[in-house]
Design a protein around this ligand. Structure first.
Ligand code: NAD
Length: 484
């Protein structure tokens, strides 16, 4: 049986307890993971502190940048190992992870190395009563030891989205991957060692949230800042933990994202984009669409086309190139998603397609599979129209005016992302300005330039990361004023 260790101070270390990692494909145990206890987390934080005060803290930016480029290159050199580990943990199609998860995981190190290399120093000459003036300049120092708590849906991509800028800014880190996806973060430890990242700069502790590694890390007073991606409820708990010691948090949390489809849209593009935003990664994407509003003249045509698209997706295993959709992450998540499928039925939804569990052959019958599902006919206050499901499903409803659809799209506690499909760009700008969300796409979905700000409004997030915005969180600005 494969064993997955913690990675502390450059060493792969076991611990007193293990937990099972099960395959989403068939529920078989594929690995045993060493769960970090309080002492292990403490050792990781101590190692991170020592590296910060030691070799890592002494490097000049250019050397850090070179090392991070090396990390990216080494991930790419070991691409297939990362691909296999990510797909084993998540069950996602290899075609997807090959194009998104792994390349973006590597790119996150290069892009933030470039950001730090190219960030200018802010300075101001000021006048003084004696006429000689003073010079102000602002330096950026690392915030210290950063705790990174990660979800399971895009494990390597979302972890490196935090690790890349944290390291580029000179911090050291302790990563707590999701208990569902321990492998790629651990593999990255090998990469760190092989490219010469000093011991203790990158540490990984495995385990769960409350009463386990997640809580031990976020309550540890040796951690100077905490960055988190996951559910809103968990983010709130982490914020409370961070309040002790008044430590900064960056929170990327849940969503209930709308797609708004106008009758004048490029119909095929809107279908293709909405298909991806609802079903890709089996609907387990924070930016994904779960509420679709379609202008009435094209409503029936849109529903028919999305239904045909959903029914054409091949449900299958990661290494089948024809697979369009894999399983959910776990039995627990399957139970949660199916409870929403049941609620939709109970609240009177018309099921356009799906709504249950597909028939799978052999041992796959034990996997976390659910059918891609589309509902109609519910009011905006139905449970599946309000709560984040995080599965391959959406509710579609018609609308008649811009004012109406903006009001309905904004009527949520969340504000992560939205997409608007129209050939009228004036309308696109007008609508985008009125949507309460951190990201709005017009005529696209998931088109991301990593230099742009990323984060959620309302209960979808606190803070922005991406490009120079990441520097605000991962560095401490200090103004130095020199009297001339
Ligand atoms: P989750 O909140 O259940 O878990 C995330 C991480 O937090 C895991 O590592 C978990 O072990 C840890 N954790 C749980 N309780 C904790 C606690 N009390 N203290 C410390 N750590 C704790 O989220 P998930 O189920 O892994 O991921 C799915 C959620 O993530 C969805 O809500 C999704 O919208 C959200 N998400 C958001 C973004 C974004 O960028 N906004 C991106 C991806 C996923």
């Amino acid at each position: 049986m494969k064993k997955i260790n913690n990675f502390i101070n450059g060493e792969f270390v076991s611990s007193a307890r293990t937990f099972d990692k099960r395959s989403p494909l068939n529920d078989a145990i594929i690995a045993q993971v060493y769960e970090a206890g309080q002492a292990d987390v403490h050792a990781a934080v101590q190692a991170a502190r020592a590296a910060l005060d030691g070799p890592w803290g002494k490097l000049v930016v250019a050397d850090r940048v070179d090392l991070l480029y090396g990390v990216a290159d080494e991930i790419n050199r070991r691409f297939d190992e990362f691909l296999e580990a990510e797909c084993a943990d998540t069950g996602k199609p290899m075609s997807l992870a090959r194009h998104i998860d792994i390349p973006r995981g590597a790119a996150n190190f290069k892009i933030f190395a470039d950001v730090i290399k190219n960030t200018p120093t802010e300075f101001f000459n000021m006048t003084t009563p004696d006429g000689l003036g003073a010079l102000n300049y602002a330096t950026r120092s690392p915030v210290g030891v950063v705790g990174i708590v990660c979800p399971w849906n895009l494990p390597l991509l979302l972890m490196t989205w935090k690790a890349g800028p944290a390291l580029a800014c000179g911090n050291t880190i302790v990563v707590k991957p999701s208990e569902e996806t321990p492998q790629t973060a651990t593999l990255l430890g090998e990469v760190m060692n092989s490219v010469g990242i000093p011991k203790g700069v990158y540490n990984v502790v495995h385990g769960f949230g409350p009463g386990s590694a997640g809580e031990f890390l976020t309550t540890h007073q040796g951690v100077n800042a905490i960055t988190f991606t996951g559910e809103t409820r968990t983010g709130a708990a982490i914020m409370k933990a961070a309040a002790d010691g008044a430590r900064p948090v960056s929170l990327e949390m849940g969503g209930k994202n709308p797609a708004i489809i106008f009758a004048d849209c490029d119909f095929d593009a809107a279908i293709e984009g909405t298909m991806r935003s609802v079903f890709v990664n089996c609907g387990q994407v924070c930016l994904g669409t779960e509420r679709v509003y379609v202008e009435r003249p094209i409503f029936d045509k849109f529903v028919a086309a999305l239904k045909a698209g959903a029914e054409s997706l091949k449900i299958g295993v990661p290494d089948d190139p024809a697979t369009g959709i894999g399983p959910l992450i776990s039995q627990e998540h399957k139970t949660k998603v199916l409870s929403y499928y049941q609620k939709a039925k109970d609240e009177g939804a018309t099921i356009v397609t799906g709504g249950g569990v597909p028939e799978m052959a052999g041992d796959l019958a034990h996997g976390a599979w659910v059918q891609p599902t589309i509902w109609l006919g519910l009011s905006d206050d139905a449970t599946v129209c309000r709560e984040e499901i995080f599965g391959p499903c959406c509710h579609i409803s018609p609308f008649d005016s811009e004012e109406e659809v903006i009001r309905r799209a904004n009527d949520t506690i969340y504000g992560l992302a939205a997409s608007i499909w129209t050939s009228n760009l004036q309308r696109g700008h007008r609508m985008a300005a009125k949507i309460d969300a951190g990201l709005v796409w017009v005529n696209s979905w998931f088109l991301r330039d990593l230099r742009t700000p990323f984060g959620g409004a309302k209960q979808s997030g606190i803070g922005r990361e991406g490009g120079v915005h990441s520097l605000e969180f991962y560095t401490e600005l200090k103004n130095i004023c020199i009297k001339l």
